[in-house]
Design a protein around this ligand. Structure first.
Ligand code: ACO
Length: 352
């Protein structure tokens, strides 16, 4: 029976480390000023979110989201011991695409040097923090049906250019960081029903859409971009807007339910799972999920302290971080749970 397995894993974060101490001094190009720009503090950020630092790309325009994805993809492709030209499908999950259209997967394809008349399939998916699990479900189905043999699934985010570095935007701004994570998925002929990607399930509830969104434009209007982007008083539309308390409660609820359902639908217990990898939105969310879903705390992997919330990148980035630290090993079984803007959510069980 054909199953899909993870052939390779890789991640990338930019070099610049931005600590909580530095955050109050950043201007709107996230350059450090002598005077305070935003009223916030290390104590507030650490206590409410668990974030201690995050990574940012340079402000000068030298890096796009697809460049972050490129580095993570190269590492995943090398880890899979294949050549980039063997990739026959790219699934790119992001909420921070390079431009409005075309989607960012085609830019990544070109940067990987595999575009052209025989170029592979390129999908962009838009499920924000749930993008990795949504993409894994797609990749698993495409590989199982024999449609593709080497699917590159990448989650990449460049948040630092679209954050409001003023007191007005501090609730959202302190949470996010830049980064990318990627996996290569391919087929394996095996009778082992527990091998590879064992389970994926995703869902959404559109009534939560306006609890976390970023407009930038409204296509129903003409002109559909109508603000002065440089005018802080009227440019709210270019920054994410969030009802943090509602998002927090729904994130806990859906990640608990999705995790419990993943176990009940597969008949597995925590003895069968090596690691629980929740989306990295807020350490307090993950602590609550761990408590309510009765997850053994020693099996929980977090990385938000170092990288902040990297949205679609957070699950593969966390896994790769802990693999490099020697904690996660080949063939370990992971239960990943995600929740994001939409609302969207999902859970997956798979082997590394
Ligand atoms: N620094 C200092 N003070 C702040 C900051 C900050 N960065 N942000 C907000 N505050 C202030 C508020 O203004 C408020 O002050 P007031 O009492 O004088 O009015 C006070 O702190 C409390 O604010 P709350 O919004 O009530 O704080 P809360 O405890 O809800 O924490 C937080 C805010 C951390 C954003 C929390 O709601 C949260 O994490 N929500 C979930 C966010 C999330 O996970 N988002 C990502 C989802 S996934 C995706 O798809 C992107």
């Amino acid at each position: 029976m054909r199953r899909s397995i993870l052939l390779g894993l890789g991640s990338y974060v930019p070099d610049r480390v931005v600590t909580n101490e530095e955050i109050p001094y950043l201007d709107e190009r996230h350059e450090r000023r002598a005077e305070v720009q935003t009223e916030t503090s290390d104590a507030w950020i650490r206590t409410r979110t668990g974030v201690e630092a995050r990574r940012y790309v340079p402000a000068g325009g030298s890096m796009a989201c697809s460049d972050l994805a490129l580095e993570a993809s190269r590492r995943a492709i090398a880890d899979a011991s294949i050549e980039a030209r063997e990739i026959d499908c790219i699934i790119y999950a992001t909420l921070s695409p390079d431009i409005h259209f075309p989607g960012t997967a085609v830019f990544l394809q070109s940067k990987l040097g595999i575009s052209g008349e025989e170029g592979c399939a390129c999908y962009d998916i838009r499920q924000q923090c749930s993008g990795f699990v949504y993409g894994l479900q797609m990749a698993d189905a495409l590989v199982r049906t024999g449609t593709y043999r080497r699917v590159l699934l990448v989650g990449a985010e460049l948040h630092s250019h679209s954050l409001d570095y003023s007191t007005r935007g501090r609730d959202v701004m302190v949470l996010f960081g830049d980064g990318a994570g990627a996996v290569v998925i391919g087929p394996s002929e095996t009778d082992d029903e527990r091998a590879g990607v064992l389970y994926t399930r995703v869902g959404a509830d559109g009534t939560g859409a306006w609890d976390l969104y970023l407009k930038v434009f409204e296509i129903s209007k003409a002109p559909y971009v109508w603000y002065d982007a440089a005018d802080r008083e009227q440019n709210l539309v270019k920054y994410p807007q969030m009802n943090g308390k509602r998002v927090f409660l729904h994130a806990v609820r859906h990640m608990v339910l999705a995790s419990q359902r993943a176990l009940s639908e597969t008949g597995l217990g925590w003895n069968d799972i090596d690691w629980f990898v929740p989306h990295q939105a807020n350490l307090r969310i993950n602590e609550a999920v761990t408590q309510y879903a009765e997850i053994p705390p020693e099996k929980v992997l977090n990385s938000i302290q170092l990288y902040g919330n990297t949205t679609a990148a957070s699950v593969p980035l966390t896994l790769d971080h802990w693999r490099r630290e020697g904690k996660v090993r080949e063939h370990d079984r992971v239960l990943a749970t995600v929740f994001g803007s939409g609302y969207t959510w999902g859970a997956a069980i798979f082997q590394i």
